[in-house]
Design a protein around this ligand. Structure first.
Ligand SMILES: [Fe+2]
Ligand SMILES: [Fe+2]
Length: 299
């Protein structure tokens, strides 16, 4: 069983940013700041051709399933969601792809209230008979249970804080114990980070409120792997837990769409294979020369 992991796409749409969008609505300033930030900093580094290459690469890896851990958009508007969904359809439908929202997909209270992210991606998340909007959700595969949780939230303006809440933590623990008892390898996917971020600014504005509580839950659990995004840099570490290997591996994928020649940062993708209960990790990176993702030598 092989799962591909993409995160932090931050794709905009050509027609997404309009004056009407920025200066109307209940909280225009948040989007105004976000649009300014995006136009100044992000437009040049997150690129559509890199995402298109990632979509092709998911097929090339032979992955059975793909999970995207949020921030597919920038300003959580219809045009962005529609545009990115069109590209992601290249991976496949709900039997091939699922995702969780990031803080950018829940960017304004109005977008959350309108359920925009859920409108465009809900069919990839909730199966027939499941309650739309309810988290966590899970998918069972041969030897693997994938749990998807929501840390996106509506924090104070200007902040990108994440929150899981006690209910989700309890349910994740229960679902993971149930799967481990059945001999399955448990993978948890979420948006917010599980490590200490390098910059004070990022620690402050991008705080994950429930990080300590989640680490405590993980320490009691047999979860084998946690995959996430939010921090756009790749990060890979192991924390103590009851998993048979002696700990739980936690991998921050790193943005899948980077094309930053200046800093030498390019899109990344993780591929996680579970063979007889043992995790094998492949890391793939975008090669600007070959205009495709290639497997990197990192383990
Ligand atoms: Fe992000
Ligand atoms: Fe984020």
């Amino acid at each position: 069983m092989k799962i591909a992991h993409l995160t932090d796409l931050h794709i905009d749409s050509p027609e997404a940013i309009t004056p009407g969008l920025l200066f109307t609505g209940p909280m225009p300033n948040r989007r105004l700041l976000g649009a300014a930030n995006f136009l100044l900093n992000r437009r040049s580094v997150h690129q559509v051709p890199v995402l298109q290459a990632a979509v092709r690469a998911v097929g090339e890896t032979g992955a059975d399933f793909c999970v995207i851990t949020g921030d597919v958009s920038n300003l959580a508007i219809d045009a962005e969601f529609k545009f990115v969904r069109g590209i992601l359809d290249g991976i496949g439908g709900p039997d091939k792809l699922s995702l969780v929202p990031g803080n950018h997909d829940w960017y304004t209270p109005a977008a959350v209230k309108a359920g925009l992210f859920e409108k465009y991606f809900g069919d990839l998340i909730w199966r027939p008979g499941e309650v739309n909007g309810q988290w966590p959700v899970y998918r069972d595969f041969d030897g693997v249970r994938l749990i998807l949780a929501r840390t996106a939230w509506t924090p104070p303006p200007g902040m990108a804080w994440g929150k899981m809440g006690p209910q989700q933590l309890q349910t994740i623990f229960r679902l993971s114990e149930e799967a481990a008892d059945a001999g399955k390898f448990v993978i948890l996917a979420q948006h917010h980070h599980m490590h200490r971020r390098a910059k004070l600014l990022h620690r402050t504005t991008g705080w994950y409120i429930d990080q300590k509580r989640e680490l405590e839950m993980i320490s009691r659990s047999r979860i084998g792997l946690v995959i996430h995004g939010h921090d756009h840099d790749h990060f890979d570490h192991v924390v103590p837990s009851r998993h048979a290997s002696g700990g739980t591996r936690i991998i921050c994928g790193g943005s899948a769409t980077y094309m930053d020649q200046h800093h030498g940062r390019f899109g990344r993708m993780g591929v996680y294979e579970v063979r007889d209960g043992v995790l094998v990790v492949e890391k793939w990176m975008y090669s600007p020369d070959r205009e495709r993702f290639v497997q990197s030598l990192e383990g």
